[in-house]
Design a protein around this ligand. Sequence first.
Ligand code: AMP
Ligand code: MG
Length: 350
Amino acid sequence: MNTKVIKIDSDNIDEKSMQEAGDLIAAGELVAFPTETVYGLGGDALDPKAAEKIYKAKGRPSDNPLIVHISKFEDLEYIAKDVPASARKLADKFWPGPLTMIVQKNEKVPYATTGGMETVAIRMPNSKIALDLIRKSGKLIAAPSANTSGRPSPTEAHHVAEDLDGKIAMIVDGGSVGIGIESTIVDLTEKKPMILRPGYITPEMLSEVLGEEVVIDPGIIAADDTKKPKAPGMKYKHYAPKASMILVEGEQSKVINKINELADEKSKDGKKVAVIATEETKSMYRTDVILSIGSRQDEDSIARHLYKILRECDDMDVEAIYSESFKTPRIGNAIMNRLLKAAGHQVIHV
Ligand code: AMP
Ligand code: MG
């Protein structure tokens, strides 16, 4: 299949091109598009054949459900069995935005989209292009991240092309995304609202709006396999670069010394080594490849560059990655959740 790439300026959307993208979705084809979190691979959420195409293009296990993207709250009412009061409150505050809610599904949602589950994940993205695509398609759009399963999520259109060129009908290139890590997922079908995937919207922010405690799925905190995460996708070691990766955490000067020591050893073995540092520390390393992920003064910059940097390591055929750890104040949990997975939970404390 020939994958058509169209460039769209979100401040001046070309109606004709976007309608072409919408028509492809309506015809059951797949279109990758930017959201504020990462690029999504979209297909008609209520068409089981489109869902199957998504799994096939990504090489994604079919038990890993898709998030349904909507453009208005009534779309949630249309596919939910019942609408919890908490969903309204959270939508008022955080939609459109990087929050996915899990509710009971009704019969309109095929099991192909939900990986066989009775619940459905729903999000209204805060991206003019994404919202326009949903409206123009006249459909609800199921969209997982637009990467090959197992690779870092795409934050730029060329990342999508690297993974999916020739496998999907179209890529809408809307430039770099703003947030860079996937949405927070909150499950509203439990007794207490439960975070299944940490993201830009924190448990504290949710708790403040709901006026009740928000718990975190014990399965995503455990570093071992003793507890299964409730979101099927969280059990896979994805977000992973090809290189082996080790995180070093502790006091900054000790971290730098340890990373330099480990990197020297690996380089002596003839391996290609990369260090993931920050604007503040990048001059303190001596490896060939030193990648600055962002500034510790601006934790959003760290989230925004994370996947891009992991992809760069792949592009340079890096064999070993040593990274600083980023337990930043607000979204540190979300960042570390991705990094720990990328590193297969290999952490050294100094
Ligand atoms: P992705 O869109 O590729 O970033 O992944 C979507 C994530 O949402 C995966 O981790 C899924 O397992 C999770 N998810 C989607 N639907 C549900 C659901 N009904 N229940 C629990 N987790 C879900
Ligand atoms: Mg994904």
